[in-house]
Write a new protein. Structure first.
Length: 355
């Protein structure tokens, strides 16, 4: 289609515009922890416990990593300013309790950024495991509480991190795609549809609106701040926002634009799969990478079921965010006013869910 794109709709020539098929041939995005790294982590854990530091008060000042700390700063830069993701492999957790493993993960995360609340209950450390619910039929359920395949999306804050405690019996692959690459392909193929992705659209707060706020917020899929391109995409939440009064109906062009984005997300040449091993830590930029997960089959035993811990991190490296992000990020600030220590009892999590 020979349609000229507006000058603001330009290709983003950046290292984050990778294609999965070529990225799968590389391994420079995988960081292997050494025995020395693990010894530092154990020493930091011991020190943090001696000080009585607990989540969420534990900071990097409680969790010194003389060698690994500098490497984590380099990893952070690569996530925020480079390709947009990293997989850190080889964390030794077999001899740790769940609580100590969480402390270790939070301590490592503190070298990448400040942990932020992930839901309206003030949970600072997320539990990604199947609670037997369905986000397709319950508007207050979120995808990480299910075993269903997840559509491509991104979360709030600069970086989302996952630590694999136990993989699924079958399935449950992490699947990521460069939103930068998708932007550039849409620009090349259908600049008229890219224009639709630069227009504000309502996004469902999924029952987590602070008092006095609308049950949805508005934002664009793609926005520029200076020379940096930002992406925020969650089609499920954009479509479920249609249930609210005052939300304009999606236009045929908007729906066509979403269909093209989803088609590109499903393109094996663009996405990258990761099979999580026990102890793997994945960190992803929410501004340049979309993530999903394939559906999985779990083990019948509760203590073998798929289980990951999740962090939302503010790295402090982004000088300016799009103005439209302010409304949603105020939600996180409100949630974090009363931060909640992690809940490790499965029955308590099942009863509470995210709401």
């Amino acid at each position: 289609m020979n349609i000229n794109a507006p000058s603001t709709h330009r290709a983003y020539a950046h290292r984050s515009a990778w294609h999965g098929d070529s990225m799968a041939q590389r391994d420079d995005w995988i960081v292997i922890l050494t025995p020395k790294h693990n010894a530092e982590i154990r020493a930091a854990l011991s020190h943090a416990k001696q000080q009585g530091a607990r989540i969420p008060a534990l900071g990097k000042q409680h969790f010194a990593l003389p060698t690994l700390g500098a490497e984590l700063l380099a990893i952070r830069d690569e996530i925020v300013n480079g390709v947009g993701f990293a997989l850190v492999r080889g964390l030794e957790i077999d001899e740790l309790t769940l609580e100590d493993t969480a402390l270790v993960y939070w301590g490592i995360g503190s070298h990448l950024g400040a942990g932020k609340a992930q839901n309206a209950q003030g949970d600072m450390l997320g539990h990604v495991t199947d609670l037997g619910v369905d986000y397709r039929t319950d508007m207050n359920v979120r995808g990480y509480q299910t075993r269903l395949g997840l559509p491509f999306h991104n979360d709030a804050q600069d970086v989302v991190g996952l630590l694999c405690l136990r993989p699924a019996r079958e399935g449950g692959k992490s699947r990521i795609v460069s939103s930068t690459a998708i932007h550039n392909v849409v620009l090349e193929r259908r600049p008229d549809l890219l224009a639709e992705l630069y227009r504000p659209i309502a996004v469902d707060r999924r029952g987590e609106a602070p008092e006095g706020k609308l049950p949805y917020y508005r934002g664009c899929v793609f926005e520029w701040i200076g020379e940096r391109l930002f992406c925020r995409y969650n089609r499920t939440y954009m479509e479920s926002a249609q249930r609210f009064d005052g939300v304009p109906a999606l236009t045929p062009l908007q729906i066509e634009a979403f269909e093209l984005v989803d088609e590109l997300c499903r393109d094996p040449a663009l996405y990258l799969d990761m099979d999580f091993q026990r102890g793997d830590m994945q960190f992803i930029s929410n501004y340049s990478v979309l993530h999903s997960r394939t559906e999985y089959t779990d083990w019948p035993e509760l203590d073998r079921r798929r289980y990951l811990l999740r962090l939302w991190l503010d790295t402090g490296l982004i000088a300016q965010l799009p103005e439209s992000y302010r409304d949603r990020y105020e939600d996180m600030k409100f949630w974090g006013a009363n931060p909640k220590p992690p809940i490790f009892d499965h029955s308590a999590r099942s009863a509470e869910l995210a709401h």
